[in-house]
Structure formats: structure tokens, C-alpha cells
Design a binder for this molecule. Structure first.
Ligand code: F6R
Length: 357
């Protein structure tokens, strides 16, 4: 039930701090240690390469998850769009492990790949919100998102839940291999839950940004580097889906290789700057688009902020910023859709789970 909320999407955005706390609770043992089924930890550890397969928003979460697994657990990861993978399977490593990420657990494109790789005799783990779903039943292992039912077509809380569960999995693997993280992940996720709450309390500001930048525009760019780039892809997808604004997520450094030709006077460019090591470069990219007339909306993070930034996120661990930087983008998409009188919960041409290939 959406209760007093005008839309499920807004309710589900607001639920993200609660979901974070639920995940902390579900993946922690009585001693406060990370708790993931040993069978799963062993299966991941035996793999020489991990293949993440997913669609849409779940694919975007996979891109972030790859960073955790490679950086913390030091296992190579490839991330694939399911519908491409099934017709163009890459050469597989000797001991692959497949991770399927799917909110619904019913997405036909992902299931087609699962059937293919099972036939080849490979092991699969499904990360899903729905216990007993097809992808969960047909895989060898399941990790649940514990996000509660997601009703709005545009996925929000499942995305942050997927990222949190992938972080926990990566941290457990790292620990099992004697590469414990330099920080306490569960404590950081607690800080993130609080930061999410702060952001959810700033709806008016997001409404204003949406009105200012997006109420009449034809198109919009989201730029960033590394993790910020992946979140930009998700921000662009949210905006396309529910407001029908043509939106593109782009790697800041890649713009100059062609796409910058699309920047005109007043084109909104939402830039994420949450990573210290690429702060200078992304700000350089913003200057490049501003020189061509873009209307920049810089979303940075406390400690990295500069004059003129439109919004500053609370400080969280730099590896984990996607968990909070996506929230303004979700809210901006929501308000942009409202300002353009779009049906937020049931956008045209889309269904909640895509059960056809
Ligand atoms: C975007 C969205 C879709 C889904 C995609 C995969 O808001 O909802 O892109 O993420 O169809 O769905 P699941 O995760 O259920 O496999």
C-alpha cells in the first residue's frame, strides 16, 4: 500500500534507509560479523572469473559491484547485458561463476542466459528481491535483497539494495582470502542509511532542481567518471523511463570523442563529482561543456565541493558513494516527470517485469 504517498516510486525512494538497515541486520551474525552462507563464499572463491549478467537497472548495479569485487576481493569480473550475452557468449574462463542480478527474478533475458550456462555445467548465484522466483529456483545459490515489494516500474530501492548486497559479498570474499577491508563495511552502511535519510528530507531542493533544469528541456546529459559514471547511467535511465526526456549517461573523458557535439546553449548536464582521485578531471569535463553553452548541475560530496556546485552530498566512504549519489538522481527524475505531467508509477511502453525475450 502506498499510504499517504502520491506514488509508489516516492514511497520506495523513501524506504531506502530502512532497506539499508534491514540488509545490515540480515547479513550480520550475533557477533556483528559479516554473515554470508559459506557455500556461496566457497563457490565465489573457487572461481577464476566472475560473470555478472543482468538487465537495465540491475545491470547498472552490476557495474558498481564489479568495482567492489575487483578492488576488495581481487577477483576479475565481467559485467554483461543479458540479451547480448545470450547471442554472443564471450570466451569463458576455466572456472567461471555467474552472478545474476534481478529484482524480480523473472526477467526472461537473464533466465535465457542462466539456462545456457547451467547446460554448460557452470555454477550460478542469483541476487534477487523475490524468494522463490524463477532465477532463484534455477540457480545454485541465492542472496536476497530484503527490500520489500517494489511496485513502481522505475526501480529505486532494489538498485541500492543490490549494491549493498554486492558490497557485502565482496567484503566477505576479501575477508575469507585474508584481505580484510581497511574499514568496517557494516558501520559504513549504517552511516549511509543516515545519509540517505538526510537526502530523502531534501525533496524540495530536488523538486527545484528538476523544475530549473528539466521542465522544458528536450534532452539531458549525466556525466561522471568511474563510479559516478555508472550512477550517471542509472540517473539517465530513470529520467528516460518516467519523464520521457532523452537522456544519456556518459563517461566524462569520452565526451570529447564525439558526443560533445550535442551540447548546445542551455543543454542540462548533471555532473557527479564524488571521487577525490578524479575530481580534477571531471571538473575539467564540466568546463568543456560549459564552454559550449551547457547548463551544468554539479552534484559533489562534502570535502570535494567547490563554489557553484548545485548540491553537496553528505560525506560517505568513497567506494560506496553510488548508494547515496543515486538518490538525488532518482528524486530529480521523479519531480521532472511530475512537472511534465507524466504517469510516474506506470510509464508508457513499460512493464514491471519483462518476461519476454
Ligand atoms: C528500470 C527498470 C528495468 C529493470 C530491468 C531488470 O527502472 O526497472 O530496467 O531493472 O527490466 O529487471 P529485474 O531486475 O527484475 O531483472
Amino acid at each position: 500500500e502506498k499510504g499517504t504517498y502520491p506514488h509508489y516510486m516516492l514511497k520506495e525512494i523513501d524506504e531506502q534507509p530502512l532497506v539499508m538497515r534491514k540488509i545490515i541486520q540480515k547479513y550480520q551474525d550475533v557477533n556483528g560479523q559479516l554473515n554470508v552462507d559459506t557455500e556461496i563464499v566457497n563457490a565465489v572463491n573457487e572461481a577464476d572469473r566472475i560473470y555478472i549478467v543482468a538487465c537495465g537497472t540491475s545491470y547498472h548495479a552490476g557495474l558498481v559491484g564489479k568495482q567492489f569485487i575487483e578492488k576488495w576481493a581481487e577477483i576479475p569480473v565481467e559485467v554483461h547485458v543479458a540479451s547480448e550475452f545470450s547471442y554472443n557468449m564471450p570466451l569463458l574462463s576455466e572456472k567461471p561463476l555467474f552472478i545474476f542480478i534481478s529484482q524480480s527474478g523473472e526477467t526472461a533475458d537473464s533466465r535465457a542466459v542462466l539456462v545456457q550456462v547451467k547446460e554448460l555445467g557452470h555454477k550460478a548465484l542469483t541476487i534477487t528481491n523475490v524468494p522463490g522466483s524463477t532465477l532463484s529456483r534455477e540457480a545454485d545459490y541465492t542472496l536476497l535483497l530484503h527490500a520489500g515489494p517494489e511496485i513502481a516500474v522505475a526501480s529505486t530501492k532494489a538498485y541500492t539494495a543490490q549494491i549493498a548486497v554486492l558490497a557485502i559479498l565482496a567484503a566477505v570474499i576479501a575477508e575469507a582470502n585474508g584481505k580484510a577491508l581497511s574499514f568496517d563495511l557494516m558501520q559504513e552502511l549504517g552511516i549511509i542509511a543516515n545519509a540517505m535519510e538526510t537526502l530523502c528530507d531534501q525533496k524540495e531542493e530536488m523538486d527545484t532542481i528538476a523544475r530549473e533544469y528539466l521542465s522544458t528541456t528536450r534532452n539531458c546529459f549525466f556525466i561522471g567518471r568511474t563510479l559516478d559514471y555508472y550512477v550517471g547511467l542509472e540517473g539517465a535511465l530513470k529520467l528516460k523511463e518516467i519523464s520521457y526526456i532523452q537522456a544519456e549517461g556518459f563517461a566524462g573523458g569520452e565526451l570529447k570523442h564525439g558526443t560533445i557535439a550535442l551540447i548546445e546553449h542551455g543543454t542540462p548536464v548533471i555532473a557527479l563529482a564524488t571521487q577525490e582521485h578524479i575530481n580534477l578531471s571531471i571538473r575539467g569535463n564540466v568546463k568543456e561543456v560549459v564552454a559550449r553553452g551547457a547548463n551544468p548541475c554539479i552534484i559533489s560530496m562534502k570535502g570535494l565541493e567547490e563554489e557553484g556546485d548545485r548540491f553537496v552530498l553528505p560525506k560517505v566512504n568513497e567506494d560506496l558513494t553510488p548508494l547515496i549519489s543515486v538518490i538525488p538522481l532518482q528524486l530529480i527524475a521523479y519531480y521532472a516527470a511530475l512537472h511534465r505531467s507524466c504517469d510516474v508509477d506506470k510509464p508508457r511502453n513499460l512493464a514491471k517485469s519483462v518476461t519476454v525475450e
